[in-house]
Ligand binder design. Structure first.
Ligand SMILES: *[C@@H]1O[C@H](CO)[C@@H](O)[C@H](O)[C@H]1NC(C)=O
Ligand SMILES: *[C@@H]1O[C@H](CO)[C@@H](O)[C@H](O)[C@H]1NC(C)=O
Length: 215
């Protein structure tokens, strides 16, 4: 039988590996070469000799996002896709605008924890813990307040004020990824078979078809 020390050592390793964020860089930077055809974990590096300041820069985050859509919100990302110099650097930023009553619907970031700061407005935020508790942890935030959404957990925001709300959030990945729960489950291509969703949600086939039609 394995010793308890070995067992807990292995457990700690598995735990750390499962929670780890982006791998640490092995060089000063690896500015993304957006023309490279090489597929790897992240993006291939541009020759460091031709890297320039603009590779580490972007602009426009002062501009309000257009919230005229069914959700009443708009995410403006600043990830490695917008700033090639973020490649391999374990961090990114977003601005989110919310119309009054607007929501950022339940979603998860498979690769990142998010820390959010309210610039303007009042925002209800929440995340749900894993099975079996599925506890909703929620709070109403005001201008200047900060809230953390732990990596992988389903979370949302809603503008509960009468004015537009704005947040800036930092995420612990160059590419946080987004899985919007409703879209992933009801809008996948090809579709998840109806009978699976009928049993999963304990509803009639018609209800599944109705929700699908919205995606
Ligand atoms: C905002 O989006 C709506 C819907 O797509 C569009 O009709 C409208 O022109 C946009 N407004 C601006 C200022 O771009
Ligand atoms: C929002 O507007 C309603 C109706 O005008 C008002 O009763 C309420 O106090 C306002 N709420 C805030 C947070 O300003």
């Amino acid at each position: 039988m394995a010793s308890p020390i070995l067992f807990f050592g292995l457990l700690a390793f598995v735990f750390i590996a499962a929670l780890a964020s982006d791998p640490s860089p092995l060089q000063d930077f690896c500015v993304a070469d957006t023309n490279s055809q090489v597929l790897l974990n992240g993006l291939a590096c541009k020759d460091p000799k031709i890297v320039e300041a603009n590779d580490f820069s972007s602009s426009g985050l002062h501009i309000a996002g257009n919230t005229s859509n069914p959700l009443g919100s708009r995410v403006t990302p600043m990830t490695a896709a917008q700033i090639p110099g973020l490649n391999s650097l374990e961090i990114s930023l977003v601005r989110i605008d919310y119309a009054p009553g607007g929501i950022n619907p339940p979603h998860t970031h498979p690769h990142a924890t998010k820390i959010l700061r309210v610039l303007e407005g009042s925002l209800e935020v929440g995340f749900v813990t894993s099975n079996p508790q599925n506890r909703l942890i929620t709070k109403v935030l005001q201008k200047g307040d900060v809230f953390v959404f732990p990596i992988g957990l389903v979370h949302y925001q809603r503008n509960v004020g009468n004015e537009s709300a704005i947040i800036i959030a930092a995420l612990s990945s160059q590419n946080p990824g987004v899985i919007t729960i409703a879209k992933a489950v009801f809008g996948s291509k090809p579709q998840i078979p109806n009978d699976i969703l009928v049993k999963a949600f304990q509803v009639d086939n018609d209800v599944v078809n109705y929700i699908r039609s919205k995606f």
